[in-house]
Ligand binder design. Structure first.
Ligand SMILES: Nc1ncnc2c1ncn2[C@@H]1O[C@H](COP(=O)(O)OP(=O)(O)OP(=O)(O)O)[C@@H](O)[C@H]1O
Ligand SMILES: O=c1ccn([C@@H]2O[C@H](COP(=O)(O)O)[C@@H](O)[C@H]2O)c(=O)[nH]1
Ligand SMILES: [Mg+2]
Length: 201
C-alpha cells in the first residue's frame, strides 16, 4: 500500500476511443507522469510467454469484458513499484482503470487512493468512427464493430457507474473529448495546472 500523500494517482476514464491514451502521452511528456494503461499492461501480459492468463485476457478483450481485478491490479501495482524503484517517479496516470466498482474499491484500499478522475466524455457516434479508423492499422483484436458494440455496452453498464461514484465524491474532472486533440489537451492542461498547484501547496 502506497501513501497517497507521497504517490499521486490520477484515474483516466472515458469510453473506448475517447482519447485517453492520446492525452496521457501529452501529459507524460509535459508533466513527467508515468503513464500506465491497464489495457496495454493486459495486452503485454497476454503476449508474455508462460503467462497463465493468456486465454482469459484474450477472450475478455475480444468480448469487451473486464478481466478479473486481481490480474489487473497486480500488473498495475508491479509497474508502479518498478517506476518508483528505478526512477523515483511517483506521479501516475492510470489509464482505462478502474473499469468496474470492485476494482475501484480494491485498488484504493490495497494500493493507493486516487487524487481524482479525468473523464473524457464523448458520443458513441464519434467513438465508433475513431475506433474503426484506428482499427485499420492498430492490430487490436477489439477494434472491429462486433467488439466495439460489446465494449460500449460494458462501458455503459459497468464502467460508467465508477464515474458516477467518483462524481458523487466531487472527484471527477470532466473534459469534452469531442473536440480536436489540441483543444482537448488545452482543457486537460487547465485542470492539471490547477490540481498540481493545489497538491504542491
Ligand atoms: N480528439 C481527437 N480527435 C480525433 N481523433 C482522436 C482524438 N483523440 C484521439 N483520437 C484518435 O482516436 C483513436 C482513439 O484514441 P486513443 O487510442 O487515444 O483512445 P483511448 O481512449 O485510449 O481508446 P481505448 O479505450 O480503446 O484504449 C486513435 O486513433 C487516436 O489517434
Ligand atoms: O482495467 C481494465 C482495463 C482493460 N481491460 C480490458 O482490456 C480491454 C482494452 O482496454 P483499453 O483501455 O481499451 O486498452 C478492455 O476492453 C477490457 O477487455 C480490463 O479488463 N480491465
Ligand atoms: Mg487506450
Amino acid at each position: 500500500m502506497f501513501d497517497h500523500n507521497d504517490v499521486f494517482v490520477i484515474f483516466v476514464l472515458g469510453g473506448p476511443g475517447s482519447g485517453k491514451g492520446t492525452q496521457c502521452a501529452n501529459i507524460k511528456n509535459d508533466y513527467g507522469f508515468v503513464h500506465l494503461s491497464a489495457g496495454d499492461l493486459l495486452r503485454e501480459e497476454q503476449q508474455r510467454e508462460g503467462s497463465e492468463f493468456k486465454e482469459l485476457i484474450q477472450t475478455c478483450i475480444r468480448e469487451g469484458k473486464i478481466v478479473p481485478m486481481e490480474v489487473t491490479i497486480a500488473l498495475l501495482e508491479k509497474s508502479m513499484q518498478e517506476a518508483i524503484d528505478t526512477d523515483g517517479k511517483k506521479r501516475f496516470l492510470v489509464d482505462g482503470f478502474p473499469r468496474k466498482m470492485d476494482q475501484a474499491i480494491k485498488f484504493e484500499k490495497m494500493v493507493v487512493e486516487s487524487q481524482f478522475t479525468l473523464y473524457f466524455e464523448c458520443s458513441e457516434e464519434t467513438l465508433v468512427t475513431r475506433l474503426l479508423k484506428r482499427g485499420e492499422s492498430s492490430g487490436r483484436i477489439d477494434d472491429n464493430i462486433e467488439s466495439i458494440k460489446k465494449r460500449f455496452q460494458t462501458f455503459k453498464d459497468t464502467s460508467f457507474p465508477v464515474i458516477e461514484y467518483y462524481e458523487e465524491k466531487s472527484k471527477v474532472r470532466k473534459i469534452n473529448a469531442e473536440q480536436d486533440r489540441e483543444s482537448v489537451y488545452i482543457d486537460v492542461q487547465k485542470i492539471l495546472d490547477i490540481s498540481l498547484q493545489r497538491s504542491d501547496a
